[in-house]
Design a protein around this ligand. Structure first.
Ligand code: PLP
Length: 389
């Protein structure tokens, strides 16, 4: 018999059986009204998850990385200025993509473990009196470090500087798991993918464009074909795509939105906060610390846990996979070998989380770390249990 443990990587996440079944579909004519019955509920549901009223949603066969490219190539022109903080692997890669597109990126180097420095953004925007900066990038949840940044503060910084730059937010590991407010935060392009909060396989880039971002596409000259949102919008008007849509995945997304909304968006966020808080109690009981520098930065979808100096954190991940059949995330980039990551997003319960914490503990004890078996689990149990006095 083959037993499958839940995964504790920050995407792809565990798939509920109902979503798997929804993805597993017979062939349909993707230019028929049947497809419209999948497409439109997806577009409407994503809009509600983004808390957006006037935005338009586009769903491309791609991944979150493709979503970054949708954002850039539809709104900007070569030579345009972009402002971005580099505080982890994902913000780093988005910056790299901007540079490869011929954009001029003003990079705010930020310690890994810190959030986006909104005050620094404000200073830079105030100094940019010629308005050469066209877009401000913000990675809402840096999956490499387990850091959540304050997007409302980034919006306030742009407004305080009276700067017209658009705000593009990578919400790949936050949207659908942590509160995201496209309207309230004045987000112009929101980017996510299918395999994190939406509990699907990888394969969809999901983006929301504000009216301002839509207007910017009229003058943007970066080359785009596959990722052209104007072509996509024309297709949608006819219940179709400019090419062949991944119908099964989209049917899965429709189901995912149904189960998220049946639980209730705020209840989904509260569940993520609760599970994450239990993980943080366990980390504290182990005598370890998070990569995230302060509690206000703690992510509710992933914890990057520092291991003692001289210990290779990647060994935890390797041993967990080999000896216990359980997946955790390795450290990336600057924090490779220094942290291991516990992903706690998507389809997850308190009890599932306890199994992950119990396994992490066994692995760390096996590897000789000074940790008491059961200490982290007990701390999480004390937090998760009902009937508190
Ligand atoms: C996973 C992730 C990405 C990349 O998404 P892919 O689907 O792997 O292309 C981008 N940004 C963040 C914050 C992520 O967590």
């Amino acid at each position: 018999m083959s037993f499958q443990n839940p995964v504790f990587i920050p995407g792809p996440t565990n798939m509920p059986e109902v979503i798997r079944q929804a993805c597993y579909m017979p062939t349909i004519d993707h230019r028929s009204p049947v497809f419209g019955g999948i497409l439109h509920p997806c577009l409407e549901g994503v809009k509600r998850v983004l808390k957006a009223t006037d935005a338009e949603v586009f769903i491309f066969p791609s991944t979150g990385t493709g979503g970054w490219e949708v954002a850039l190539s539809n709104t900007l022109s070569a030579g345009d200025g972009v402002l971005a903080a580099r505080n982890g692997m994902f913000s780093h890669r988005w910056i790299d993509m901007c540079q490869r597109h011929g954009l001029k990126v003003q990079i705010v180097e930020t310690p890994w473990g810190e959030g986006i420095p909104a005050e620094r953004y404000e200073e830079i925007l105030r100094a940019d009196t010629s308005h050469s900066i066209k877009a401000v990038l913000a990675t809402h949840n840096e999956t490499a470090t387990g850091v959540r940044s304050d997007i409302a503060a980034v919006r306030r910084a742009i407004d305080a500087a009276k700067h017209p730059a658009m705000l593009f937010v990578d919400g790949v590991s936050s949207i659908g798991s942590m509160d995201f407010r496209m309207d309230d935060w004045g987000v112009d392009v929101a980017v996510t993918g299918s395999q994190k909060g939406f509990m699907l396989p990888a394969g969809l880039a999901i983006v929301g464009f504000s009216p301002r971002a839509l207007a910017a596409t009229k003058t943007a000259t970066l080359p785009r074909t596959f990722f052209d949102i104007a072509d996509m919008a024309k297709g949608y008007a006819n219940n179709a795509y400019p090419y062949t849509p991944p119908v099964g995945l989209m049917n899965g997304l429709k189901k995912s939105l149904e189960i998220i909304e049946a639980e209730g968006l705020e209840a989904v966020f509260a569940r993520h906060t609760r599970i994450a808080t239990g993980v943080r109690h366990a980390v504290q009981a182990w005598g370890l610390t998070l990569c995230a520098a302060r509690p206000d930065l703690y992510s509710d979808t992933v914890s990057a846990i520092r291991t003692p100096e001289g210990f290779n954190a990647t060994e935890i991940v390797t041993k967990a996979a080999r000896d216990y059949g359980m997946a955790f995330g390795v450290g990336l980039g600057e924090v490779a070998g220094k942290v291991f990551r516990i992903g706690h997003l998507g389809s997850l319960t308190d009890a599932m989380m306890l199994s992950g914490l119990a396994t992490a503990e066994m692995v760390m004890v096996d590897l000789g770390l000074n940790i008491t078996l059961g200490s982290g689990v007990a701390a999480a149990q004390a937090y998760y249990r009902h009937g508190k006095a």
